[in-house]
Design a binder for this molecule. Structure first.
Ligand code: SF4
Ligand code: SF4
Length: 479
């Protein structure tokens, strides 16, 4: 080796540059149809949620839409209940109840909401059902997609999209029907006289349903849903998950029904891939718990059918917990641990908040009163020896029935109400501002009064003493 070779190291030839794509290219998933116990439950939930969603706005109650969130007039009608902006506390309570329910269900049974009741899952399931009816099951759909465009392919795809769009826009129309009377909305839709916002929301919601359930599907759950991101914080080793029992299934391998698995040194997984083919997110549950798993249980049904055919016990893939799998708990022990301190705490809080909100709603006073002093005329002598204060009285009847009220005042000897109609009549769900005068003698037992007195104005519904409000204000005497 000469001196030059010693001092100048030989540089390796630069590697050819390689472009790395930071975005995963989506592989289209063709889930195979599956039937079974859990599929029946899933369809039951689809029917239940959709009957409620599509049917509720058509229900009538006391001559109007039973559930109407009338944002324009700032009133929410829920059957016999009318909620006003002042009742925002109940909306807050509802959101807290929903959040705690989600915490509880997640702590007990993982992604139960995702797999069974989330609108994304429910509409994807409906859209996939339509797809299967028109294009066929997995293998036929794959063949159709691979085939070059033809009249048949064009007609099949066109029919599928026509049905999808029909469902999607009916969904959008129903959604807007919760905010604008639905029958009238339908009439205005067919006569092309919808308002701009109604048109926008029907189109927006319709296209979102079409896009999310028809095209995006599992990508919404994998990349867009925030719940999927933080729910792992609510899981622990005693949360029910859908898991493959590797101890029972491995070593996996294909075999005929007649082969004795034990003698052949095999586990009970026949490596048929059915669990992967039925999975709407395209994962292999045998690789362990993955964030893409939405807990839909399709793989349980798929695998159970295979187990039945092979004559093995069901449940190679099943609802279980990480602890139960690792420690080999029996079902009783597993369920005892599912109802642990954390879930009992969530249940207790949920029950307490629900009961408190329910009781408060039941006792809700449908009368709201506000007293404002007339700043232009603080106190004046109405007649010799009698002082008058003038106010503005705002009375709101949030009930669905008209009412009449008496207005009285107390807190000062000789105090009398004048200048307001008695009884004060209010229509259902209406508010009135009326002038109100209070009069009181300037002297009490020959002595001049203090300059300011606290007084109480009482508004009480005729025929229902429980519907009453007392508002404090001040009564002034001129100095
Ligand atoms: S792994 Fe099973 S439960 Fe999870 S998404 Fe796939 S089919 Fe559904
Ligand atoms: S369906 Fe069951 S038997 Fe078939 S590959 Fe999946 S786990 Fe194995």
């Amino acid at each position: 080796m000469n001196a030059l070779e010693k001092t100048i190291p030989i540089q390796p030839a630069p590697a050819a540059s390689e472009e790395v794509n930071l975005y995963e290219i989506r592989k289209k998933i063709y889930p195979r149809a599956v039937t079974g116990l859990f599929a029946n439950w899933r369809w039951g939930l689809v029917f239940a949620t959709q009957i409620i969603y599509y049917g509720l706005p058509w229900l009538r109650w006391n001559g109007r839409q039973a559930v109407l969130l009338d944002i324009a007039s700032r009133k929410f009608y829920i059957f016999g209940l009318v909620l006003w902006p002042q009742d925002v506390i109940y909306l807050t309570a509802l959101l807290v109840i929903c959040a705690y329910s989600l915490f509880l269900f997640t702590a007990v049974a993982g992604r139960l909401w995702c797999g069974y009741a989330c609108p994304q899952t429910v509409y994807t399931q409906i859209f996939m059902w339509v797809e299967r009816r028109i294009e066929g099951d997995r293998a036929l759909r794959m063949m159709l997609d691979r085939a070059p465009m033809s009249l048949r392919k064009f007609a099949t795809k066109g029919l599928k999209h026509a049905v999808w769009l029909l469902i999607a826009f009916w969904t959008g129309y129903t959604f807007v029907g919760y905010f604008s009377p639905i029958a009238d909305l339908g009439y205005r839709a067919v006569t092309w006289s919808l308002g701009p916002w109604e048109t926008f929301w029907i189109l927006f919601y319709g296209f979102a349903t079409w896009g999310n359930a028809g095209f995006m599907r599992e990508q919404v759950c994998k990349y867009m849903c925030p719940y999927a991101r933080f729910q792992s914080a609510m899981f622990d080793r005693d949360t029910l998950i859908i898991a493959y029992d590797a101890g029972r299934g491995e070593p996996r391998g294909a075999r005929s029904r007649k082969v004795d698995a034990k003698a052949a040194g095999l586990g009970q997984c026949v490596d048929c891939n059915v669990c992967v083919q039925v999975c709407p997110t395209g994962i292999d549950i045998r690789k362990g718990l993955q964030y893409e798993c939405i807990g839909c249980t399709a793989c349980i049904d798929g695998c159970d059918q295979v187990m039945d055919k092979m004559g093995y016990p069901k449940g190679l893939i099943r609802f279980t917990t990480e602890n139960a799998l690792a420690q080999g708990y029996d079902t009783k022990r597993m369920w005892r641990r599912v109802f642990r301190l954390r879930t009992l705490l969530y249940t207790g809080l949920l029950v307490a908040i629900t009961v408190a909100a329910g009781v408060s709603l039941y006792l809700r006073n449908p009368l709201k009163v506000n007293v404002m002093r007339d700043r232009g005329a603080l106190a004046r002598e109405a007649q010799p020896g009698v002082v008058e204060n003038v106010y503005r009285l705002q009375v709101m009847n949030t009930d669905a029935t008209p009412r009449q009220y008496t207005v009285t005042a107390r807190g000062l000897a000789g105090l009398a109400v004048s200048g307001v109609e008695q009884p004060l009549a209010l229509d259902a769900e209406s508010s009135r501002i009326v002038p109100l005068s209070l009069q009181a003698p300037a002297d009490e037992d020959g002595k001049a009064r203090k300059s300011s007195h606290k007084v109480e104005i009482v508004v009480e519904a005729i025929g229902d003493a429980k519907v009453a409000r007392r508002e404090e204000t001040s009564f002034l005497f001129p100095r």
